[in-house]
Design a protein around this ligand. Structure first.
Ligand code: ATP
Ligand code: MG
Length: 626
């Protein structure tokens, strides 16, 4: 049987016979109380997976592996910021997690209480997460790069009993003290101040602990050798809250369950990522993002694999750092965002070719569009396969992907391939809600119930969950807010966010199409195209371009001609601006909304998730040039 046929059968079974399908997948994890019912969908669109089963996530991620893999590394921490690496076996991890769970209990944390984790990429962050789910507490990891305001709004939303933090993060060798940010956020919150547990890395000068603030090492020291039983929780019990990236608006507090989450994570390793127990995975992301939750922490540990936690930049001390880690630890599967690969593309393939990467079977990329040129470049440079996968914080694992575990199918550059099992993906016309034909753009919707592992609601706000995601049409359908098309072969192409359509004199153009074409120019590294208001045509295209060399005075005209030639004169940008960088979220997504505001002469407003605000000035000055 060919791989495509194998996939088709697997996929059909997951949609037409979902209960049997997921009952089988659920055997991949260990249940404390086996479930009888696979799915309770009596209250659409709320799906309860394995509702009468009981399970513990930490037991499955740690304890379960002790007999066979106690001495195997669970976690390898590599910090190019501290120039250190630390190896932690499953046995060590078990000890630390038990200790941390005892610390939580001493601070009054119990089942259902929230713990906010605001930390750099250090092993204690992973320990802090696992210790929560061990006792049924709900973690909410907030990316360590966020400042006081973003932190305060998340504290007010999640109302944690405890915040775990550290004295400082490191970026480019410079400490970024967290305590002042924490203290400033406490000034802004309207809910009670949580207790604080601080890891002291010895990086920030003179921070002091206030009332109900504790030192991590001190508290852990009081609990050496303590054992805290993993609490059996209902499959539907929340395991964590994670806020979306905030690319398009206020972040939404995505709530994930326990049983469905465990099953989905473990199954994705088997069928999609093809990581075997005992193998090693490197995910270049941050634990503050969903990719970090799923593919640094939960999926590899649930699989009994070794996960690498990397603190540092992908190009420091040099652009070969990730590849040297792959060589050293014989990494089998790597995962990161396209933006990181574009950064490496700028520095050249010699940094990759220097290393023995024969262990690396796959590189998975997700989080934003992977343009064809970058996909082609990295595929040609690595011997392993490069797989584009499309998903969201909301889903926790791929919606569209190729399937390494089932047997890879054909790769089409620019396409994250086919719907993952469990997702009844529909491309529909925005007006009529009717399915669009092949090669036509439509809104990407998912027919509920959403499969295991997906968000079960917005934290504390069922109404917002239904209104935000399921209210586009009369029929209940989950809206991804992206639009896409599929070709005759069923392969999907993501065209952009569904509010990114540019309408020039009635012609609807996807920002992605224009960006793809501009990226084919050898000097172009990165592009953002936006539609600015135009009295005559409704909207006009303008593009902001980052290049790897000065294109000279003819550059702008060349690029305009390229778009005219490849897409049509209608898409020809009115202006092309050469800039040094694009504004991005901390997770590497282009903030088109901010670029658009600037291009239309407006103030981009508050951008709490922006990575480097100084690029906004670069955009402003490029706009001023005649
Ligand atoms: P917010 O929802 O807060 O505005 P966000 O949508 O950026 O932020 P995430 O959940 O981190 O938050 O990102 C999911 C989005 O990223 C998808 O909806 C899609 O727009 C984009 N995306 C993810 N993977 C891919 C991919 N492989 N190709 C194209 N786009 C992708
Ligand atoms: Mg989103």
């Amino acid at each position: 049987m060919g791989n495509r046929q194998k996939y088709e059968e697997f996929y059909r079974e997951s949609i037409d016979n979902k209960e049997d399908f997921w009952r089988k997948q659920a055997e991949l994890v260990e249940w404390d109380t086996p479930f009888n019912e696979v799915l309770d969908y009596s209250n659409p669109p709320f799906a309860k997976w394995f509702p009468d089963g009981k399970i513990n996530l930490c037991h499955n991620a740690v304890d379960r592996h002790l007999t066979e893999r106690g001495d195997q590394n669970a976690l390898i921490w590599v910090s190019t910021e501290e120039n250190k690496s630390v190896e932690i076996t499953y046995q060590d991890l078990h000890d630390q997690v038990n200790q941390a769970a005892a610390v939580y209990q001493s601070l009054g944390v119990g089942k259902g209480d929230r713990v906010l984790i605001y930390m750099p990429m250090i092993p204690q962050a992973v320990v802090a997460m696992l210790a929560c789910v061990r006792i049924g507490a709900v973690h909410s990891v907030v990316f360590g790069g966020f400042a006081a305001h973003a932190l305060a709004s998340r504290i007010d939303d999640a109302t944690p009993k405890v915040i775990v933090s550290a004295d400082a993060g490191l970026r480019n060798g410079k400490p970024i003290p967290y305590k002042p940010l924490l203290d400033a956020s406490f000034e802004q919150i309207t809910t009670p101040k949580p207790k604080v547990l601080m890891v002291n890395r010895g990086l920030a000068q003179g921070f002091t602990l206030g009332e109900e603030e504790y030192d991590w090492d001190g508290e852990m020291g009081k609990n050496i050798g303590k054992r805290v039983a993993a609490v059996s929780v209902e499959s539907t019990h929340p395991s964590y809250i994670l806020y979306t990236s905030g690319t398009t608006g206020t972040p939404k507090g995505v709530q994930r369950d326990t049983g469905g989450h465990a099953v989905a994570m473990r199954a994705s390793m088997k069928h999609i990522y093809d990581l075997q127990p005992g193998e090693t995975m490197l995910t270049g992301s941050d634990i503050g993002w969903v990719v970090g939750h799923s593919y640094i922490v939960y999926a590899p540990l649930l699989t009994g694999a070794t996960t690498i936690l990397y603190e540092g930049l992908p190009i420091r001390p040099d652009p070969g750092i990730w590849w040297s880690i792959i060589e050293k630890y014989k990494v089998s599967v790597m995962f990161t965002a396209p933006t990181a690969i574009r950064l490496l593309k700028k520095t050249g393939e010699e940094w990759i070719e220097k290393y023995d990467l024969s262990s690396l079977r796959y590189l998975f990329l997700a989080g934003e569009p992977l343009d064809r040129e970058t996909h082609r470049w990295i595929s040609g440079t690595l011997t392993g396969s490069v797989v584009d996968n499309y998903w969201q914080t909301e889903t926790g694992w791929p919606i569209l992907t190729n399937f390494a575990g089932l047997g890879l199918m054909e790769t089409k550059f620019g396409s994250p391939a086919l719907p993952a099992y469990g997702y009844d993906v529909q491309l529909v016309d925005e007006q009529t809600a009717q399915p669009v034909k092949a090669n036509e753009k439509g809104s990407l919707m998912i027919k509920p119930p959403l499969p295991p592992g997906c968000m079960t609601t917005i934290w504390g706000d069922d109404k917002r969950f239904v209104e935000t995601y399921f209210s586009r049409f009369k029929e209940l359908m989950y809206a991804s807010f992206d639009y896409a098309m599929h070709d005759d072969d069923g392969y999907y192409f993501i065209m952009g966010r569904d509010d990114d359509v540019i309408n020039v004199a009635g012609h609807r153009l996807g920002t992605r199409e224009i960006e793809e074409i501009l990226c084919t120019h050898p000097s172009v590294v990165e592009v953002a195209a936006v539609g600015i208001k135009d009295e005559l045509k409704g909207q006009e295209v303008v593009a902001f371009v980052v290049t790897n060399q000065d294109m000279g005075p003819a550059g702008e005209a060349d690029l305009k001609a390229l778009v005219s030639r490849e897409i049509g004169p209608i898409a020809r940008p009115k202006h092309i601006y050469m800039v040094n960088g694009l504004p991005k979220t901390r997770s590497g997504k282009v903030l088109r909304r901010a670029i658009l505001s600037l291009a239309e002469g407006d103030d981009p407003g508050d951008l709490p998730t922006i990575d480097d605000a100084s690029v906004l000035d670069g955009i402003k000055s490029s706009l001023k040039k005649p």
